[in-house]
Design a protein around this ligand. Structure first.
Ligand code: HEC
Ligand code: HEC
Length: 347
């Protein structure tokens, strides 16, 4: 679906997001004294946990991420009526991500409340509604502290003058409110771990996976394809379908459409997986057979999740390990050209 995502992945690779936990743009957010500043926390959320940078930073011609334009927005991030999802110039199908930098063409003149209202409630700073490709309906449940940290970080991002290309139909229908907004995820849509609130690590993981991060977005099916409305009866049970380019897969041997996996501990999901195996899939993109997990977010060399704080990763794993099992076979994908994928062995 998105050339943007695909290219950002290539770019992340070039920037050197290693498979050894090497940290790319973001650091852990812990300053020299061992305590974390709000801006550093915001940087970690934006660049690692919630992958905001993934969508909001443009790329150079050679496919490397243009760090001089960090968070400056991507013109025609995706053109949905173009065969390769890049801008075909026909006046329809393009959606752009926004300039979030400290410039008048970005968020410099927006108030803190306006910025938070955009990423948590889906109201753009110009008063229009956001297209739901921007996961405001997940971030709606982000804590005030983390939302404030994002704003604190954004205030430190160097300004870049860049007016993004206007959105085209059908996306403009979201902006003018003729197409419905995606309903905000309710806390009850984000399953409780087995053990409930007593399992504090898993509860922390629940927040990181389903409220401040995007595991739930990719690993939950939509009610109908391209509706951007998730079927929360099947939270984390996989089955959302993505064009492979949106997952950073350019290899022609992969199916054109990739269905995400069921990551609940059902027989159709991760039953019998150890915590270590789940961890390795998420962070370094190595599955139980030692092969590559086919998604940008999990690719060994390209995963922002390689830079997750160890405690955050442990908590996410504890949560996934303790999800209520949901039966959903995500190995058979019926759309033409649709399938699963597995890459070459990971070292
Ligand atoms: C999947 C891609 C994607 C991710 C991930 C993403 N965004 Fe966005 N964002 C978009 C798109 C696309 C738009 C513009 C949509 C539109 O104009 O209708 C947008 C718009 C915004 C806006 C509105 C700016 C304005 O001018 O009103 C803000 C603020 C924002 N995003 C912040 C964030 C933050 C913070 C995160 C991470 C916590 C994030 N985004 C993650 C795609 C993304
Ligand atoms: C951008 C979309 C996306 C996001 C975000 C994402 N995943 Fe995935 N994930 C995928 C895809 C695609 C696959 C592999 C599908 C395939 O191989 O057919 C996958 C595979 C996995 C696997 C391996 C499953 C298996 O059976 O091999 C695990 C475990 C996993 N993801 C957990 C997570 C967790 C936990 C998070 C959040 C920290 C997360 N994912 C975020 C898309 C995503």
């Amino acid at each position: 679906m998105t050339r943007g995502w695909q290219l950002v992945v290539v770019a992340t690779l070039a920037v050197g997001c290693g498979d050894s936990g090497e940290k790319p743009i973001a650091d852990s957010g812990v300053d020299g004294s061992g305590s974390q500043t709000a801006a550093a926390r915001g940087q970690y959320i934006m660049n690692v946990l919630a992958q905001c940078t993934f969508c909001h930073t443009p790329l150079r011609e050679d496919g490397t991420r243009d760090l001089d334009k960090l968070l400056a927005g991507v013109d025609c991030f995706v053109d949905i009526d173009s065969a390769d999802f890049t801008d075909n110039g026909n006046g329809t199908g393009c959606v752009s991500t926004r300039n979030l930098t400290n410039d008048a063409t970005g968020l410099k003149n927006a108030t803190d409340e306006q910025i938070k209202n955009a990423f948590r409630n889906g109201i753009r700073t110009d008063g229009k509604k956001l297209a739901p490709i921007m996961p405001y309906w997940v971030f709606h449940n982000m804590s005030d502290e983390d939302a404030d940290a994002i704003v604190a970080y954004l205030r430190t991002v160097p300004g870049v003058s860049h007016t993004v290309k206007p959105n085209e139909p059908p996306w403009t229908q979201y902006n003018d409110g003729t197409a419905p907004m995606s309903p905000f995820a309710k806390p009850s849509d984000i399953p409780m771990p087995r053990g409930g609130e007593n399992n504090q690590s898993a509860m922390r993981g629940r927040y990181l996976a389903g409220m401040a991060g995007l595991c739930i977005d990719c690993h939950t099916p939509e009610t109908t394809p391209m509706s951007f409305v998730l079927d929360f009866e099947k939270s984390y049970a996989g089955g959302r379908v993505f064009p492979k380019g949106s997952l950073g897969l350019i290899d022609p041997s992969y199916p054109a459409l990739i269905m995400t996996r069921n990551i609940t501990p059902d027989a159709t999901g991760l039953k019998d997986w150890t915590r270590e195996q789940i961890k390795s899939s998420i962070a370094i993109g190595k599955d139980t057979e030692g092969k590559a997990v086919c998604a940008a977010t999990h690719g060994g060399m390209i995963s922002p999740y390689a830079a997750l704080e160890p405690q955050d990763l442990d908590d996410i794993v504890e949560y996934i390990y303790n999800l209520p099992p949901i039966e959903n076979d995500t190995t058979t994908c019926t759309d033409p050209g649709c399938g699963n994928c597995q890459g070459p062995p990971v070292q």
